[in-house]
Design a protein around this ligand. Structure first.
Ligand code: ZN
Length: 468
């Protein structure tokens, strides 16, 4: 018999089914780590600002919550002991774990970032080793497979401008958009060769596309006594959170715990004794929870499953996977002539929001805002760009309120063709009797033609600025 005539018979036998051996079922991802919501924040105690919502979600709605802290809070002062620096960080990690354990939450992760107080998000990202931190956050999103990610607001807002908070938000946004992409950190999702052996070089996770992204801020009107200017007893900024997302009452009673969400938040706060835990301790002792009855405001960043802006966080969310949603990414703008714009961090954000389909954030605070430090000093950066083909001079003139000082004053800058000149302004704000806002403008011209202008709103507190 010729081999050609035998082949079809062999193939028929091979594909007939009866000769197959059944492979074992695939293992499911470990369900103990599955989360409905992952909170991504910078420091132990950041969770308290949204505690009223978290208590409701965890204790009454039985949502599985996991938490990622980008630092263990190794900066700042210690309200109850001498331990500082790395020692303080170790203690704060346990304070946070105890706080979450009281609500039955055990998936609490700490990344290796250090506390970096300041106002420039890029400084925190640099200090945390941005790439390594993102690797870790994407891994944890793939492990926890959340329906929702909740994080700080990635936007410089007066009253909530901690660069670490914003850095945790930048990582959360990037991880939301990257965890479902198999080309991002592919070593995390490559199947292990020898699952029960020792020589696995890859991690065996699956890509995961989270469905909704929410932000939180404490720059709103009824956030306790912290962000009110004592000179005027009025909030120093108009609220930015109205109609941007769901709002949860915290004076209402938890059906399962028979106490208010404000009281539950006070209990959470009381664990953080090295920070402002005494506020919670005193509230619990006096049974006065007024300081915790601020609303829990969330800002909808984006939803891939529809639903309304102000509807419940879990509105429209059904169990299971959704397809990877590609975001716009960076697209260079087509520009000619000269441009003059504010520098980082605002410039970074204007590119970041677009790249990550967060267009709503571009309109949240249309005019950049800032506040000086407690010494009345403020540094602002600008970029003067020449998009033409010939070298040029760009002249920049500041326009500040009377009594304000700025270095440098009016100055002309040589800007080569195709380059941008980074310009920095050092501003000194005079003492103010009353908290107020001022508007500052810088105008750029080249050959007497307008090349652009930048306006910044500056909040001046009674002592020049706000506590950082
Ligand atoms: Zn914080």
């Amino acid at each position: 018999m010729k081999i050609r005539s035998v082949l079809p018979a062999i193939l028929l036998l091979a594909f007939s089914g009866a000769a197959y051996t059944q492979a074992p079922a695939l293992l499911e991802p470990d369900d103990r780590y599955k989360a409905d919501l992952v909170l991504i924040v910078a420091h132990p105690d950041d969770d308290v600002v949204i505690g009223g919502y978290l208590a409701r979600a965890i204790l009454d709605e039985h949502r599985r919550v996991a938490v990622i802290y980008c630092t263990n809070g190794d900066g700042g002062g210690n309200a109850v002991g001498n331990e500082a620096g790395a020692s303080l960080g170790q203690m704060r990690e346990i304070e946070a774990r105890r706080s979450w354990a009281a609500w039955g939450v055990h998936s609490v992760w700490f990344l290796g970032g250090h506390d970096t107080p300041g106002q420039n998000v890029l400084r925190s990202l640099d200090n945390w080793n941005h790439g390594r931190a993102l690797d870790e956050v994407v891994r944890l999103v793939r492990i926890t497979r959340p329906e929702v990610i909740l994080t700080w607001l990635p936007d410089p807002v007066v009253g909530e401008n901690h660069d670490d908070h914003q850095a945790s938000a930048v990582l959360a946004v990037e991880a939301f958009d990257a965890a479902g992409d198999p080309t991002v950190f592919p070593e995390q999702i490559s199947p292990p060769r020898d699952r029960v052996g020792m020589a696995n070089l890859t991690e065996g996770l699956l890509p995961w596309q989270t469905k909704k992204l929410y932000f939180m801020t404490d720059a709103f009107e009824d956030w306790g006594p912290y962000w009110h200017d004592p000179a005027t007893l009025s909030p120093f900024r108009k609220t930015i959170v109205d109609h941007t997302g769901p709002v949860y009452e915290t004076s209402t009673i938890s059906p399962s715990q028979h106490k208010s969400y404000a009281e539950l938040t006070a209990e959470q706060q009381a664990f953080y004794l090295t920070q402002e835990g005494d506020i919670g301790v005193k509230a619990l002792a006096s049974r006065d929870f007024a300081g915790f009855e601020y609303h829990a405001h969330l800002i909808l960043g984006k939803s891939l499953v529809g639903g309304s802006v102000t509807g419940d966080v879990f509105e429209n969310i059904a169990p299971g996977k959704i397809p990877f949603a590609r975001v716009r990414g960076y697209e260079p703008a087509a520009v000619t002539g000269f441009t003059f714009e504010i520098g980082d961090p605002w410039r970074f954000y204007s590119l970041f929001w677009k790249a990550h389909n967060l267009d709503t954030l571009a309109n949240l605070i249309p005019v950049p805002e800032a506040t000086p430090d407690e010494h009345g000093r403020l540094t602002l950066d600008f970029l003067a760009c020449n998009h033409g083909t010939a070298n040029a001079e760009i002249a920049i003139a500041p326009n500040l309120p009377p009594g304000w000082m700025v270095q440098p004053g009016a100055m002309s800058y040589p800007v080569r063709a195709g380059e941008c000149y980074p310009v920095q302004s050092q501003i000194t704000v005079p003492h103010a009797e009353k908290a107020h806002w001022e508007q500052l403008t810088w105008t750029a011209t080249s050959d007497s033609r307008q090349a652009g202008s930048v306006t910044v709103r500056v909040f001046v507190g009674k002592n020049g600025g706000l506590p950082q």
